[in-house]
Write a protein that binds this ligand. Structure first.
Ligand SMILES: [Zn+2]
Ligand SMILES: [Zn+2]
Length: 65
């Protein structure tokens, strides 16, 4: 059983079969959180382009390393 992931921003369920680019799921490269593409700073980019680069969410990106 695969549990439903929820977007860490809007807390709506993520649909892995979403056809709308903005509804597709992106996972942070650092933490286990998942987001709608449209709920991230990458909104407006295509899903393929997003998969091609690293995605660090706002929670992780706010940290200073
Ligand atoms: Zn969302
Ligand atoms: Zn993160």
């Amino acid at each position: 059983m695969k549990k439903k992931e929820k977007c860490a921003v809007c807390e709506d369920e993520l649909d892995s079969d979403a056809e709308d680019e903005g509804e597709k799921n992106v996972g942070c490269d650092i933490c286990p959180r998942w987001y709608h593409l449209s709920c991230t700073k990458l909104a407006g980019q295509t899903y393929v382009a997003v998969c091609d680069q690293e995605f660090i969410c706002n929670f992780c990106g706010d940290r200073e390393y």
